[in-house]
Write a protein that binds this ligand. Structure first.
Ligand code: GLY
Ligand code: MN
Ligand code: MN
Length: 465
């Protein structure tokens, strides 16, 4: 489905005119010093290579799309180069008309003819303010209840949730770049090397292929810090490096991959057992993927694999069913199994649980399960992560309430042995994450080529460029 067909599809679902904003380049510090422009994901979904500062009106009454672009000035041409004319933009996008965004409000007044307009908030605060003024709606980007009218969010999500072949083709490209980045970091992981050097190799591999980080690179020997963006440690023999990094390409499609590998030799005996258990759980989760499977069930089934393995390692006691029922496993696996991936690395997360917990499903309040980001029935074309992990987090394992609640199920003394490793820094954590498409015949793992078996990782780690 090309961009034109996507716009036709949303026009067919809308009941009122919809104004979308691309957003602008956001400032880093002083106003003119900006981060690179990245269009809002909804805008990117409907327009190929959109311009900063543009807007679009989708009118379901006459089934037209109007694009609003910044006026072309000589100063812009001087500093930023010539951009395509309105005529060229109209032809390239195949829209019905192109008008100036500077006069957006007056154009909309004449096009809408008194009808209520809808919009969707974007990260660019000024664009969202404009959307609020135009629609009179209380739009707010960081509040899923206010990001846009529910029926509009549903209409957009219905399209974006299931990826078309050309979207999967973009995601396959980012998977290749992500492969290169992970392997570069693996090969360079020798004792004495700083984490920031590895992070630089990862981000350099992205840049060399015209990609950027889909999210802040997580690279750390402190794998228990789930979103650790600090790269200040120096690798030591016996450490495990956790790298959670994914590329985003020009089209805006992301990947999200985690691998872990040992430094200065093979995994320690504890590292080996934990790695093998997380890998078995990940493969189990992937094997459960098929159309109609409920993602929450895939999560819980994977939790039971982890729980059984933790019993075998002496960290939990009881049956897997009872441990997952009480939430004891979450002392070591405190997050959800995964999330949708697409134009957002947590795709459509800004739209909230109305998309990810449909049909009246509610998030659990139980520690661990509460972090499960989706409870969808899987359907062909959905792309999501499968990312189990095991972590030794002092704030969890030494929490007095958890110690009391799980006294009979968690062997906290054995957990202390892991917390004492690496000179008291603790074992850290292991996570393995792949990006999976649900197909008619089960899972297709987009990121399958990235080394994952323990033998591959032990052979690659530290071998050099
Ligand atoms: N990279 C963040 C996540 O895995 O969700
Ligand atoms: Mn993820
Ligand atoms: Mn990740």
């Amino acid at each position: 489905m090309g961009f034109h067909s996507r716009r036709q599809a949303v026009l067919a679902a809308l009941r009122r005119p919809l104004v979308l904003f691309s957003g602008s380049a956001l400032s880093r510090n002083y106003p003119a010093n900006t981060f690179p422009f990245r269009a809002d994901s909804n805008f990117l979904y409907f327009f190929e290579r959109p311009e900063a500062g543009s807007a679009a009106l989708f009118d379901p009454q006459d089934q037209t799309v109007t694009l609003f672009l910044p006026e072309r000035t000589m100063a812009d041409a001087l500093w930023h180069g010539e951009v395509e004319s309105f005529e060229a933009a109209k032809a390239r996008h195949g829209v019905d008309r192109v008008l100036t965004v500077e006069a957006l409000e007056s154009h909309l007044a004449s096009l809408a003819k008194g009808r209520q307009l809808d919009s969707v908030a974007v990260a660019d605060f000024k664009a969202t303010q404009r959307a609020r003024a135009i629609t009179g709606q209380d739009l707010q980007f960081d509040d899923p209840k206010k990001v846009g009218p529910g029926d509009v969010l549903d209409a957009i999500a219905a399209l974006r949730l299931r990826k078309a072949p050309e979207e999967l083709a973009e995601m396959r490209k980012t998977a290749v770049v992500t492969h290169e980045a992970h392997v570069a970091a693996m090969r360079a992981s020798k004792p004495g090397v700083k984490e920031e050097l590895l992070a630089g190799l990862v981000e350099g591999a992205f840049a060399r292929s015209g990609c950027v980080q889909a999210y802040g690179t997580i690279l750390s020997v402190r794998g228990e810090v789930l979103h650790n963006h600090d790269h200040g440690n120096t690798l030591q023999a016996g450490d495990v490096v956790l790298l959670d990094a994914g590329a985003e390409n020009h089209a805006g499609y992301c990947s999200d991959v985690t691998r872990c590998w040992p430094v200065g030799g093979p995994f320690t005996p504890e590292g080996r057992d934990l790695y093998d258990l997380v890998l078995a759980a990940e493969l189990h989760g992937i094997a459960q993927v098929k159309p109609g499977a409920r993602y929450r069930d895939v999560h819980l089934s994977t939790c039971r694999v982890l729980a059984k393995g933790l019993v075998d390692l002496g960290l939990l006691s009881g049956t897997a069913d009872a441990l997952v029922e009480s939430g004891a496993h979450a002392m070591f696996f405190p997050h959800g199994l995964g999330h949708q991936i697409g134009l957002d690395v947590h795709d459509l997360e800004a739209f909230g649980d109305r998309i990810h917990y449909p049909m009246g499903r509610q998030r659990s309040s139980q520690f661990g399960l509460a972090y499960l980001r989706m409870d969808l029935d899987l359907a062909e074309g959905m792309v999501f992560s499968i990312e189990p992990g095991l972590y030794f987090v002092p704030a969890i394992l030494r929490n007095p309430e958890f110690r009391a609640k799980f006294k009979g199920q968690v062997n906290f003394d054995e957990a202390e042995r892991y917390l004492a490793m690496n000179g008291g820094r603790g074992f850290g954590g292991i996570r393995i994450e792949d990006d999976v498409v649900c197909t008619a015949s089960g899972a297709e793992v987009l990121t399958a080529s990235i080394p994952k078996t323990r033998a591959e990782l032990e052979a690659l780690a530290g071998v050099g460029a």
